[in-house]
Design a protein around this ligand. Structure first.
Ligand code: NAD
Ligand code: TYD
Length: 350
């Protein structure tokens, strides 16, 4: 049986990718390798954990010996690498962790792939899932293309840029069949409530202040997570080795406008008076080095591989809110214990 390794499959995007592969590829064994950090949660995969083609392996991609042993034992045909430390604010307080997981972890996986594949790249691919943040920050005009020079400005984006450079180098130097994607901000079910949309959904439910950084004028390009998962599937099957593909939603929102839209949706869903949730908006000290605007030109993946986002934003946002309201226990479980300490450090002293 052929084998596909997905790293970080217990996280937000990873869980959607794992589900899609387990369902669409019954003839492949789908391995999910995850360390289960604060962001990894096997609850995200409850519905598919009994499927006969699904395997979970708990482990750390930074542990070189463990990674090599696993690759030698399982001899994966394809690798989809999504495991990462992914939150900008955490990278500002603890950058070193990001170097270990995002850079060293990626290099370990590249080396282990080389070790088992040798020069036989038939049917092999190393799909590296990265972010648009490596391109830096835009002014009011322009879009990131695949040729935009790298200009990472946070420890998170610097570590992802570092990993992308290694992945590119392994194509140039060793011919390893890599495909890189650089995607814009994702939203949807199962996102850990440290990122803007799920954090604010949780705070609205609990009538807690909504901490908007700076003036709320920063712009992000939002993509529904299942649209991203389909793009990753396409790249894994049809991406051209050595190439980079930008993925985005053609969906730019100023933070404050997005937050007001979210407040309106939540007021309706929770049966609260119009404008009630907006009163929770609180402007707080800006994030250090806060990138002003991200926006993706996703025309290459559309032109070459026929991918387009399928979800309209308002529809995706409503689906997302519904999911969090229907999965209150999931939300309660992930916002207890460690989360409370994180929240206090991040927001209550701001
Ligand atoms: P996430 O933080 O929700 O999940 C990360 C997963 O990786 C978790 O399950 C965690 O346990 C696992 N992990 C972390 N360190 C590990 C280690 N050392 N060994 C093994 N597993 C480890 O992240 P996400 O938002 O789902 O992002 C997934 C990937 O997509 C990341 O590479 C991220 O850079 C990229 N990306 C994210 C976005 C976004 O908007 N969230 C956008 C573009 C690209
Ligand atoms: P985030 O979800 O952390 O994604 P990223 O920084 O990777 O784009 O943040 C999205 C935007 O929301 C970003 O401009 C920062 C802003 N933001 C806030 O205003 N308040 C918050 O509490 C958070 C987490 C983010």
């Amino acid at each position: 049986m052929k084998k596909i390794l997905i790293t970080g499959g217990a996280g937000f995007i990873g869980s959607h990718v794992v589900r899609l592969f387990v369902k669409n590829y019954p003839d492949f064994e789908i391995f999910n390798l995850d360390k289960l950090t604060y962001a990894g949660n096997l609850e995200n995969l409850k519905d598919i954990e009994e499927n006969s083609n699904y395997r979970f392996v708990k482990g750390d991609i930074v542990d070189e010996a463990f990674v090599f042993d696993l690759f030698k034992q399982e001899r994966f045909n394809k690798v989809i690498h999504m495991a990462a430390e992914s939150h900008v604010d955490r990278s500002i307080s603890n950058p070193t962790e990001f170097v270990y997981t995002n850079v060293i972890g990626t290099v370990n996986l590249l080396n282990a792939s080389r070790a088992i594949w040798g020069d036989d790249f038939e049917g092999k691919v190393f799909c590296h899932v990265s972010t648009d943040e490596v391109y830096g920050s835009l002014g009011s005009e322009g879009l990131f293309t695949e040729n935009t020079p790298y200009d990472p400005r946070s420890p998170y984006s610097a570590s992802k840029a570092g990993s992308d450079h290694f992945v590119r180098a392994y194509y140039n130097t060793y011919g390893l069949p890599v495909v890189i994607s650089n995607c814009s901000n994702n939203y949807g079910p199962n996102q850990f409530p440290e990122k803007l949309i799920p954090l604010f959904i949780n705070n609205i439910i609990n009538r807690k202040p909504l901490p908007v950084y700076g003036k709320g004028e920063n712009v992000r390009d939002w993509l529904y997570v299942e649209d991203h998962a389909k793009a990753v599937e396409l790249l894994c099957n049809k991406g051209k080795p050595g190439e980079t593909y930008n993925i985005g939603g053609h969906n730019e929102w100023k933070n404050i406008d997005l937050i007001k839209t979210l407040c309106q949706i939540m007021d309706k869903k929770l049966g609260r008076a119009d404008g009630e949730s907006e009163k929770l908006i609180t402007f707080v000290k800006d994030r250090a080095g806060h990138d002003m605007r991200y926006a993706i030109d996703a025309s290459k993946i559309d032109r070459e591989l026929g991918w387009k986002p399928e979800h309209r934003f308002e529809q995706g946002l409503e689906k997302t809110v519904d999911w969090y309201l229907e999965n209150e226990q999931w939300l309660k479980n992930v916002t207890s214990g460690e989360y409370l300490k994180y929240y206090e450090q991040q927001y209550e002293k701001r």
